[in-house]
Design a binder for this molecule. Sequence first.
Ligand SMILES: *[C@@H]1O[C@H](CO)[C@@H](O)[C@H](O)[C@H]1NC(C)=O
Ligand SMILES: *[C@@H]1O[C@H](CO)[C@@H](O)[C@H](O)[C@H]1NC(C)=O
Ligand SMILES: *[C@@H]1O[C@H](CO)[C@@H](O)[C@H](O)[C@H]1NC(C)=O
Ligand SMILES: *[C@@H]1O[C@H](CO)[C@@H](O)[C@H](O)[C@H]1NC(C)=O
Ligand SMILES: *[C@@H]1O[C@H](CO)[C@@H](O)[C@H](O)[C@H]1NC(C)=O
Ligand SMILES: *[C@@H]1O[C@H](CO)[C@@H](O)[C@H](O)[C@H]1NC(C)=O
Ligand SMILES: *[C@@H]1O[C@H](CO)[C@@H](O)[C@H](O)[C@H]1NC(C)=O
Ligand SMILES: *[C@@H]1O[C@H](CO)[C@@H](O)[C@H](O)[C@H]1NC(C)=O
Length: 272
Amino acid sequence: MNFKMNVGIVFLLVLPGVTSEDIIGILGKPLLLPCYPKLATPINPAAMTVFWQDEKPKVWHVIRNGKEDDSHQDPSYKNRTAFDTDGLASGNLSLLLNPVNVSDDHMTCLVILMSDSNPETVCRVTVNAAAKYQTPRLTVNQTNMTVVCSTEGGYPLASLTFLIGNQTIDPGKENTMISQDPGTGTYNIRSQVTWTRSENITCSVHNPTLNETLSASVIPESEDDEHPTGSTNYTTAIVLIVLVVVVLAVLVGICIQRRKDTPAGSQPEGET
Ligand SMILES: *[C@@H]1O[C@H](CO)[C@@H](O)[C@H](O)[C@H]1NC(C)=O
Ligand SMILES: *[C@@H]1O[C@H](CO)[C@@H](O)[C@H](O)[C@H]1NC(C)=O
Ligand SMILES: *[C@@H]1O[C@H](CO)[C@@H](O)[C@H](O)[C@H]1NC(C)=O
Ligand SMILES: *[C@@H]1O[C@H](CO)[C@@H](O)[C@H](O)[C@H]1NC(C)=O
Ligand SMILES: *[C@@H]1O[C@H](CO)[C@@H](O)[C@H](O)[C@H]1NC(C)=O
Ligand SMILES: *[C@@H]1O[C@H](CO)[C@@H](O)[C@H](O)[C@H]1NC(C)=O
Ligand SMILES: *[C@@H]1O[C@H](CO)[C@@H](O)[C@H](O)[C@H]1NC(C)=O
Ligand SMILES: *[C@@H]1O[C@H](CO)[C@@H](O)[C@H](O)[C@H]1NC(C)=O
């Protein structure tokens, strides 16, 4: 096997047939990269050197002759890895990554064992970073007849679809706004569709890594539906106004009649 040791990174030209494992890590949470190799000979912890590195290659963690050696650790993994050296004797070479970062997405960690300077890849673990989206929120605007669906804080980018009545609508890019949080790398998605009548509108957000779909539904009230109640209110108001006017007119009429009656009645009384 061809290999060379340079600045603490092991270069392997041929990888032995080690099955790779895909695991999901939640952003900001700890993640154990499992590695329990079946070894032909028992490990002598004091003489054991273990490299955890990716294919770039960047060093995640190193145990040299049974002791931590962070001199060649890549800065992006500083303070983010932990290994329990008790595992050396029992053959538990699992590494704890904490916290998981977006930069870890799709990274493959190789666990390379070196006893008598013969490197052997014993585990391959690929990290798939993810974060749960929030349940989508729907906002209806009756004036321009649009529905806006928005969700935040997820990873990786989700696909968003609308179901209007029984028709699936995949909103185009021009109607979708995607922003990424510069700190955590999570996505916020906001998408708008137009509707024409009062029917069930469902917005679904699918996270491909978590294989999770979150939905919300709304039935917008169209102006057509509002007209009956609206015109009833209008008619009622007109009827009320007419009634008030009529009552006032009658009252005014009575007053005028009384004023006319009173002088007419009193004058003759006063004259007489
Ligand atoms: C986490 O990922 C972001 C985005 O790629 C990057 O800016 C940041 O430096 C990473 N943090 C670490 C500790 O690697
Ligand atoms: C790692 O932790 C030590 C001690 O807490 C701190 O001094 C150092 O700045 C940290 N390094 C990074 C890259 O975060
Ligand atoms: C392997 O070691 C890790 C700590 O490095 C520990 O969390 C895990 O439980 C161990 N696995 C087993 C099967 O003991
Ligand atoms: C609805 O859309 C109209 C036209 O774009 C806008 O003027 C109005 O403020 C919106 N209403 C709400 C509640 O956002
Ligand atoms: C409709 O109103 C919403 C606010 O509720 C606004 O965000 C959107 O841009 C408007 N759409 C059109 C086509 O005016
Ligand atoms: C959708 O609903 C309409 C009536 O509401 C119906 O005519 C049509 O066949 C339905 N289409 C499908 C694909 O279910
Ligand atoms: C709207 O459609 C969704 C998806 O088909 C369904 O789960 C929900 O119950 C419906 N809501 C109403 C009020 O019919
Ligand atoms: C995703 O989840 C659905 C059920 O929610 C399941 O039927 C499907 O097999 C899953 N897909 C994958 C790739 O795990």
